[in-house]
Write a protein of this length. Sequence first.
Length: 239
Amino acid sequence: MEWLPKGWRPKVVAVDIDGTLTDGHKQLDTGAIQALRKLEDAGIPVVLSTGNVRAITYGLWRFLKLSGPICCENGGVLWHKSWGGPIVRADGSEAKRAAQWLALQIEGLDPNGIQTNDWRESEWCLFPDEDLAAVEHHISQSEWSHLSVVRTGFAIHLMEPHLSKGTGLEVMFDKMGWSADDVLCVGDAPNDLPMFEFARWSVAVGGAFDSVKEAADVVSPFPHGSTFAPLVEAILAEE
């Protein structure tokens, strides 16, 4: 299969974490880790672009010894060691209040949501098995109707409408002096779609949501993190 456009090699690779570097049980694929290290060793920075929080993303960034910035909370929080601190693009307290209000409207909904809310800075996440249709309906009829409701395989995100991985990467790339024409991205879930629109080239891992497969330039025949070994081999073969 053809992983890349002929004659093109990315200068930056942006990757999702949950469901992309990990499987459905959030277990990291060790082959994917080794492949990302090969990119870094070849001078191609890796950007972690995720719905997860800064604390967790930073830990992975540190232990993988990556050089690129990180895009967390679907573009709500950006960080690089050279910046002197994070860029927090929204106040997550409004999304938290919306979750608390939803608990009064939907019987059984847990407003505390997923564990990583303890560290969230720009959004709020409900459990992924909450009634998505009910959440969308009540939010659309409320004072929080401007909030986006985005479901991934691991959470239902309540967030400001200007937040997305696409707008987050746009801010990041401007700050780094990079071009979107030079980036390849890899993902699996609907929150990756704005990143696919931003990037020059997009790859959906095996096991991705159907909408993500339809939007991707390439759909991997390999599940989740198993995508990375052959993909990176193809990238490094391009000169």
